[in-house]
Design a protein around this ligand. Sequence first.
Ligand code: ZN
Length: 430
Amino acid sequence: MIPWNHGKRLPTIPGRCKGQIVILCYTLLFYSVTCVDVEPQKEIYVPNYNVYHNLTRIGKEVEYLLKFPNYVKVYTHHKSRQNRQQYLLHISNFTKHSEKFDNLVEKPRILFSFGEHAREFLPVESAIYFIRNLTGGLLPDVDGFSRQFTQQILSLVDLYIILMANPDGRHHVEKTKNYCWRGTSTGVDLDRNFEWEFGGKGSSSDTEDEEYRGKDPFSEPESLVFQEITSDVSFDAFFSFHSGINHIYIPYSDTKSRQLKRVPDNIQEMLRLAAQLSRSTKYKYRFGTSHQLINYTADGTIFDYMAGIQKIPFSFTVELWGKQHQGMSCFDLFNPKSDELQKVVSNLHPLYINIIRYLSEWKSRNIAKMTNPYSERPSMVLGYMLLGITASVSAMICLHRKFRNCPKIYTHQRIVSLKTLSSSFPAKNL
Ligand SMILES: [Zn+2]
């Protein structure tokens, strides 16, 4: 979600500068407007495509998932302006065994979005690792633990994933090696093209600005998959994954909401989940509303739309990873070096598992509340029951004279003399 410099607003970036020229453009602009002493730099690091997935290899990963029709469905009809697939996946346990399970527990419906910003390779890599891991237990030769883990997680959730929201933008990056490119093929910032406070100051009408919002809400074909899937499915949660910093944002991020101090109805629950997620990896995310975490606004964002228009109870933007560095290089501002990638995606994996487990428990609690209104305060009901049972049993025992501390209920009291008592014990030498 954030602009490419960790939230310090930079001047408008001319996204159409090509190849080597782009670096010079950025440097001159940055230097001339901010007066920071920045030496011109080339990209100091570029991806190794034997490690990072390019678009072709991402497509092969999706093909691999067709091996698991009982657990993964692939929808191919959502496409970009240049006719590239966005890869909408539906992952769950669709087997008959699961149907029995579904009668007992309704699964949370969750939508994950990856690849909205072209230069952010890491979120897509993280998604591929997560999906590979999740489906790993379905392979024939795995150990019992892996199989059980996979079956359990897939039975807990109804998960939809938009794996590559902006494939044309990614194609542009791969082709031109402009690793600062954020937009679609027409330079639109997909994360400003949605119908929630569209057109505010937290976006731009300048086609050369990297936060160019497009002509109208949903003007970009890439935005339509979000609109269609949310009108077909009633989601409990939406997550938009990015990279550039370690933050978890809660809506709203738009200019008007900052003025009104507007927050979602479900803010407390969202904060609880964000707190849990912030501890789930070694990256220890800062979390809160966008207004608390950053000093600029963003209008027309996807996660605000999901919270404000679609009324999805949980809606987050998660900035998975970031590394502070000096200079104007882009790739390693948003993505780890190739030899660090496996370690980073492995570290991020628990985040997704925690999301699923938390929302599964949340959904179960909600259903229990709806079916049994007393389930919310079991301790009080149980307390009253125990108190009643204790009082009844005490009264019965007392009435039958079996309880020594009930003198008032006794009809006759036996007087025991001290002499009688003393005879029961050996005499002491006083
Ligand atoms: Zn982003």
